[in-house]
Design a protein around this ligand. Sequence first.
Ligand code: FMN
Length: 293
Amino acid sequence: MKIQGYWLASGILGVTRSIIRKVAASGADAIVTKSVGLSPRKGHHGPIITHSHGGLLNAVGLTNPGIDNFAEEMGNLHEFNVPIVLSIFGNTIEEASAVAERAVHLNPDAIELNLSCPHAQIGQIAHDPNMTFEFVSTVKDIVDCPLFAKITPNASDYVSVGIAAEEAGADAVVAINTLRAMKIDIYQKRPVLGNLVGGLSGPPVFPIAVRCVYDLSGALSIPIIGVGGVTSWMDAVEMHLAGASAIQIGTALLQGTDVFTKIKNGVARYLDEQGFKSVQDIIGAAWRSRNGH
Ligand SMILES: Cc1cc2nc3c(=O)[nH]c(=O)nc-3n(C[C@H](O)[C@H](O)[C@H](O)COP(=O)(O)O)c2cc1C
């Protein structure tokens, strides 16, 4: 599949027929499923969602039906004529291999390997380039479609993690997952989320996502799929300038699915006004201008 356009990010909306019909009709160029693991997972106890400083704080905990039970939902998704990226995770190499083997049978257009949920066990993988290499290369050997590695800004050296993913054969890196964060109820005097810690998404994470995409695009040769706080066409342009070939949109969708149309129209207007023929002309342009081109 082509790594371009504006995609539904993993885990934000359910993947029922009616939701996906709406998202596809609103112009999403691809749909990334919720991350699916080997066995069904209930996730963390509540509260699992709260708000803070204009962002969303979630500790859903990778709730999912397990890969074997996901076949039916996946079948429903294929009818919409939009590429489907199946997001998978495994807590161990053996688990990741088992999920990948089953994932292939669901015929996704690509697989996104979640190495980075900040409120689940797998959160640690993308902190370590060696572990990232092992997980990505194992899954890459199994799957026959493009493989994307989703990494985290919570790692101190996410650029080395991105390089490890590329060396292991990833076809693109997805940056970023949510940031570890907390909200405390000042009257109850304790953390709001049942899991205490959650992942922050939405507008407050946008500048961090831009920095990560920029750093990664300077170090990698594979495409970067930018995600994190993109809410408007201006954000999308900025993310492309930082180096994102495609952009995923998550939290902004909670305001309505028309965000895809608004972003696409706004970016098209910007390109036209600025005299660019296509979005390709601005991908990574912030690097080129720094280098004096
Ligand atoms: C409620 C919720 C559930 C999420 N579930 C997943 C998930 O299952 N797998 C995953 O890789 N990312 C998951 N994410 C992270 C998003 O895909 C995205 O990386 C992050 O929210 C930043 O983008 P945004 O600011 O546009 O939402 C989830 C985010 C939220 C808010």
